[in-house]
Design a binder for this molecule. Structure first.
Ligand code: ACM
Ligand code: ZN
Length: 646
């Protein structure tokens, strides 16, 4: 008998209460803004947009006007109304949306107030980012169709009256994307930035260089993209198969593309942090310029995932190269931080390189870790001279942290804690909560992924401030970031699948006060928020609809009972017993299924006649022993004892 589902019943939290979908969907008194605002007070009444609704702003404030235009454009697309922008005085009038700056900074640069009354809407903030976030909240208060890409004449554009006063908990609210293992076109990068903005996140960490491809044009070193941006094949299937195709693969962003994307991000209050990896993960650069290595090469751009031994050799020509590259990078990216990588650096070549060993002796460095630290410190000094700060993966702690470096903690939280204790800024990105290349549901039903198991609920449970960090050091935790590495992700739709809805969960971790965090409430809001993602055409994962299964012996001892549940209750679960694919017309699950003969049960969760999660396929082979009492000579390990001897 196949009982492989048994353990999942333990892994997944079975909710005691169920959300009646029909009630949640019509009338909808519950406000579903994600991330959940710090303070939101509903009041009676509603505001309705129509073709005469005006947008009022102060023409002397160009950034305010830009945000007013952004709002008008969004509203026009879906409603078809004109949304004229004006700076005329509107006291005593009605049917307008007004932008205002306030002189109080109590809500910080990113905080805002939003008042939706039945006659007018006011968005207020101290600084521009706050106004932008007020707009995001406003959009999510409207029917989900406001995110439609074309005009909808079938929708009444009302929103509930509310008073919102809101500000983020953390200042670094980031999402990362690896465009090196697989390359994603410029238009998708913009779409990804739109998702970041939708959730009031403010940082896009753009992982631009790798062993498997260099993806940013550098004018001084054209071979980086002529050679380094292309590989002659890629791994196919799981790493352990060690199989490759022979398809030439690559792509890169021109500096014009980069400028366009940086401007697009800025208009959405998103800062881009470019990552230029050093000294490891640099095979694509070495394939282009082998003289930067310890051995001189030759090299080819990486086809296999993983870690390579060939890394930059820290000689003067290499420093000159890195400084020239970074000079161009600094001119393209206006943000304060440049990510210099620093992770997973093999020391093999350095150990056997006469230059590296002589440098260690000459500078009295502590071995190869000291050499890595020497390289990062020199690069920090250079970037500081350009007015930039460095951030690197937590390996940059090894051999001593560069004086002003910020640390991105990915191998758990220890690196982040150590850096904060040394008074360095930290971004938390521990694998078990923040790696969105991990599985998010039962891997039998999910697309091939690198491994791991990081559910939406797990992401939501994260607190970036580690327990045990003294209150004086907590301020160094700038926030956290979700990482999307793309070894197993070839297409934009797959990036969306891995990022969504875990990104929504992380956004709430980073924005909402702890007191507003409640997974059950989030899940309920997320269910309705999926209507927004549907309008945006997002290919989001459905793992939260996964059915949890439990098998027990029948009390009559002549078979088993098959129990099914979802976080949204059992209503909506349909199943078949004859091997055919379940539809919304299949048997509705009301109570545990008694199974007394061999059969295959196929079951899935349906909402509005649409299948939401994967199909669970469970085969039962019933024999004379099924359901009978069993005595074990040796008791099972306690981890396996939940079903007794069943
Ligand atoms: C990393 O995941 N190698 C930072
Ligand atoms: Zn060397």
């Amino acid at each position: 008998m196949n009982f492989s589902c048994l353990k999942r019943a333990i892994v997944y939290c079975v909710m005691a209460t169920s959300v009646p979908l029909a009630i949640a969907r019509s009338g909808d008194p519950i406000i579903t803004v994600i991330p959940r605002p710090a303070k939101l007070l509903p009041s009676p009444g509603q505001f309705t947009l129509n073709d005469s609704t005006l947008i009022v702003c102060d023409y002397s404030e160009s950034r305010m006007v830009q945000i007013a235009e952004y709002l008008a454009e969004r509203l026009r697309t879906a409603t078809g109304y004109s949304f004229r922008i004006t700076d005329a005085e509107h006291r005593g009038k009605s049917n307008y949306i007004r932008f205002q700056h306030i002189n109080r900074d109590k809500l910080g640069n990113e905080g805002y107030e939003l008042d939706v009354g039945s006659r007018a809407i006011t968005l207020r903030s101290y600084r521009t980012p706050g106004l932008f976030y007020a707009v995001q909240t406003l959009l999510q208060l409207l029917p989900a169709e406001i995110f439609s890409a074309s005009a909808r004449s079938d929708v009444v554009w009302t929103m509930p009256c509310v008073a919102v006063s809101d500000a983020p908990r953390f200042r670094w609210r980031g999402m990362h994307l690896d465009v090196c293992r697989h390359f994603f076109p410029k238009e998708f990068i913009k779409r990804y930035i739109d998702f970041i903005a939708l959730y009031k996140m403010n940082t896009f960490h753009w992982h631009l260089t790798e062993d498997q491809g260099w993806r940013i044009e550098i004018k001084k070193y054209p071979k980086l993209t002529q050679i380094g941006a292309w590989r002659d094949g890629s791994m196919v299937g799981p790493y352990s198969d060690l199989k490759y195709d022979t398809v030439r693969y690559g792509g890169f962003y021109s500096q014009e593309d980069v400028k366009e994307i940086v401007a697009y991000a800025a208009s959405r209050q998103v800062t881009i942090i470019p990552e230029i990896e050093m000294p490891g993960h640099s095979l694509a650069a070495l394939a282009s310029y082998p003289e930067l290595s310890c051995t001189g090469g030759p090299f080819t751009v990486g086809k296999a995932w993983g870690v390579y031994d060939d890394v930059y050799c820290p000689k003067e020509t290499t420093f000159k190269f890195l400084e020239n590259v970074l000079t161009e990078v600094c001119m393209l990216f206006p943000g304060k931080y440049i990510h210099i990588g620093g992770d997973e650096v093999s020391k093999t070549r350095w150990k056997n390189c006469a230059h590296c060993q002589a440098l260690i002796r000459k500078k009295r460095l502590k071995g190869e870790n000291g050499l890595q630290s020497y390289l990062i410190r020199r690069i920090e000094k250079f970037l500081n001279s350009k007015g930039k700060q460095i951030i690197g993966w937590d390996e940059i702690l090894e051999g001593g942290l560069a004086p002003k470096a910020a640390v991105m903690s990915w191998r758990g939280t220890e690196g982040g804690i150590a850096a904060a204790k040394q008074r360095h800024n930290v971004v938390m990105s521990p694998g078990s909560y923040c790696y969105f290349d991990h599985y998010q549901g039962d891997e039998r039903y999910e697309p091939l992924a690198i491994g791991g198991y990081t559910t939406v609920e797990k992401v939501y449970s994260y607190d970036p401030v580690p327990t045990g960090l003294s209150s004086g050091k907590r301020k160094y935790i700038m926030g956290a970031q979700g990482n999307v590495w793309t070894e197993y992700i070839q297409k934009p739709q797959h990036v969306e699948y891995m990022a969504m809805p875990r990104m929504a969960a992380l956004a709430e971790v980073l924005w909402s006060p702890m007191g507003k965090r409640d997974y059950k409430v989030f899940q309920d809001r997320l269910l309705r928020h999926f209507r927004v993602l549907d309008q945006l055409g997002v290919n989001y994962a459905k793992a939260i609809f996964e059915i949890t299964t439990t098998v027990r012996a029948l009390t009559t001892a002549d078979g088993v009972s098959f129990e099914l549940s979802t976080p949204f209750g059992a209503r909506g679960i349909h199943y078949t017993t004859g091997g055919e694919e379940p539809t919304a017309n299949a048997l509705q699950y009301n109570e545990p299924i008694a199974i007394r003969k061999s059969m295959t049960v196929k079951t899935a969760f349906f909402e509005d006649n649409k299948r939401r999660g994967n199909i669970i396929d469970q085969q039962f082979v019933i024999s004379k022993s099924t359901g009978k009492k069993i005595l074990l000579k040796t008791p099972p390990h306690e981890n396996y004892d939940d079903q007794g001897a069943f």
